[in-house]
Design a protein around this ligand. Sequence first.
Ligand code: NAD
Ligand code: UD1
Length: 338
Amino acid sequence: MRILVTGGAGYIGSHTLIQLLREGHNVLVYDNYSNSSPEALNRVKQIANADFNVCEGDIQDAGKLNEAFGSFRPEAVMHFAGLKAVGESNEKPLEYYAQNVSGSIELLKVMQRHECRRIVFSSSATVYGNAKYLPYDEHHPMQPTNPYGRTKYFVEEIIRDWTASWGEASAILLRYFNPVGADPSGRIGEDPNGMPNNLVPYISQVAVGRLKHLKIFGADYETRDGTGERDYIHVEDLARAHLAAIEFSEATTGCEAINVGTGGGATVFEMIKAFEHASGQVVPYEIGPRRDGDVARSLAAVDKAERLLGWRAKLSVADMCKTTWNWQSNNPYGYGSK
Ligand code: NAD
Ligand code: UD1
């Protein structure tokens, strides 16, 4: 199948490309490299031992998107491109609405113009907001608590309306929980710009010596050890969920939102222990105050993914830590150099 992948050079996109290529799909990556490196794509080609085309462009650039669709004629789109930092979205909400919301609208318009009727969209568990009950199922009320989360919520609604207006269209909204881990080759992985915002990249940069110690954001939550609990999902499992979703969309029309998590959770202390075990390094930490906007626990209900997509997560927290360490220790400065 010809699949156009927006944001394909990024963390999750690059891991998904490997599996698309291994399955023999024909891929065009569309990315502006605002948060990624072309080097990730070179490495994907080596790992998968396959070639693909790349178009450097912004999803807000309708002319360029139109050209890419005209020449590649995609049958489906995987839409990863967007900005994703919660803190930054509070400081620059308009930038987030422009890139994530307006950019997605441009993409949908061009898709329709070229009669491309299938999309898999990268949404997030952050659309749910504070838990009314756990685990979050797909019917849980959606009350995102920051501009980033609202961009995901708005785009979900826009895509839902788009599929309702075009009977042949099919959309899968994948609500990722906490993606971590890396390809087992150790050649691609998450490479955050500046100070990492998320737990596992932070721990791995401490373990490799780039950062002194981890600051734990609160140890007074109502969890088994007082630290925040999350549903971490291996990026390789997440990539497989995209393949299952694109396959599902072939035989269906309409719009489905589906959680992608494991259904189980790990606390911050448990993640530190697991990472120390996988890396053989000590991860020094300090306990600090809670981070604004954090919840105690976040866990996915995963039966819908299993029922509709025939997909479930296979990899463990130990696999997540082992592959993250393999990537981080082989590439202490990610795709760049010190
Ligand atoms: P990432 O930043 O590594 O990848 C995003 C890619 O999109 C990058 O290559 C970037 O250069 C590109 N991009 C950004 N804006 C663009 C634009 N306007 N035009 C073209 N390309 C653009 O992020 P990721 O972690 O791989 O996340 C992928 C998607 O999944 C994002 O939409 C993100 O919001 C969503 N998501 C991520 C997580 C997570 O924890 N990583 C969790 C839930 C949802
Ligand atoms: C964050 C985002 C969320 C996004 C998710 C995707 C915020 C407020 N939320 O959530 O919108 O969907 O990533 O992966 O940024 N922690 C520390 N020290 C750190 C970093 C994190 O103790 O330096 C703790 C957090 O308090 C939390 C856990 O580790 O309990 C996981 O944090 P993180 O990786 O940032 O993920 P989320 O909080 O789920």
